[in-house]
Write a protein that binds this ligand. Structure first.
Ligand code: DER
Length: 223
């Protein structure tokens, strides 16, 4: 369908930015899927690249597409990371975590010399916050962490999948938080990070300078 077609052209475009010899941060999500597929084809054609995955799901896909993988202990630097997003505001601040991989994504994305975000036109917003903000929390005492977040003005929902509490790749829980429109993402992120029990937030502020998206189904690039 239209959305998948947009994700495919964006993901395949992003794969072109990967140069021979690079160490690449491999993001997570359904747009990244198309980048991984195209990267796998380029590896089959002889491209020399090493990937560092941002989730177990991405690790599985990379292996399926024969993309060589590295552990953090093996790498000198991450030349480029390519990742998805749930929302992108006009300052290119991001709301991420819809797929539950925000902690490993942020660790890899923050380490990369360059971060390219691949997000179709449905993700481009004036203000972050229409999509609930995922916050990863330690399971122990998550209830009191949730009430601390509520005091900041965010109503929280413990994320579940198939009627079970969702557990991240890091063994933590995710609270999906409704803060309404987030006009000051940096401020909210900092307040949340200071709360006892909070591991990481889905606010990726000032981390990217390049977004590949679409407009009426045509590729556009935001810088
Ligand atoms: O969780 C994330 O931040 C992922 O990047 C994901 O939400 C991206 O969304 P997509 O599956 O629509 O690409």
């Amino acid at each position: 369908n239209e959305l998948d077609r947009n994700k495919k052209i964006i993901g395949e475009e992003a794969a072109k930015y990967i140069k021979n010899g690079m160490t690449v941060g491999l993001g997570s999500g359904s747009t990244v899927y198309w980048m991984l597929k195209k990267l796998g084809e380029r590896v089959e054609e002889g491209l020399d690249v090493k990937g560092i995955p941002t989730s177990k799901k991405t690790e599985r896909l990379a292996k399926e597409f024969h993309i060589p993988l590295l552990e953090f202990s093996d790498i000198q630097q991450i030349d480029l990371a390519i990742d998805g997003a749930d929302e992108v505001d006009e300052h290119l601040n991001l709301l991420k975590g819809g797929g539950g991989s925000l902690v490993r994504e942020k660790i890899v994305d923050a380490e990369a010399k360059q971060l390219i975000i691949i997000a179709d036109e449905s993700k481009l917003v004036l203000h972050l916050g229409t999509f609930y903000l995922p916050v990863e929390v330690v399971p122990f005492g998550w209830e009191v962490t949730a009430s601390r977040i509520a005091k900041l003005g965010g109503s929280t929902t413990l994320r579940e999948t198939n009627n079970h509490v969702f557990v991240s790749d890091n063994g933590n829980y995710i609270l999906d938080c409704d803060f309404g429109q987030i006009k000051e993402p940096a401020t909210l992120h900092e307040k949340l990070k200071l709360l006892v029990g909070v591991v990481e937030t889905g606010l990726f502020v000032g981390m990217t300078t390049n977004v590949i998206s679409t407009k009426n189904g045509k590729l556009i690039k935001l810088a």
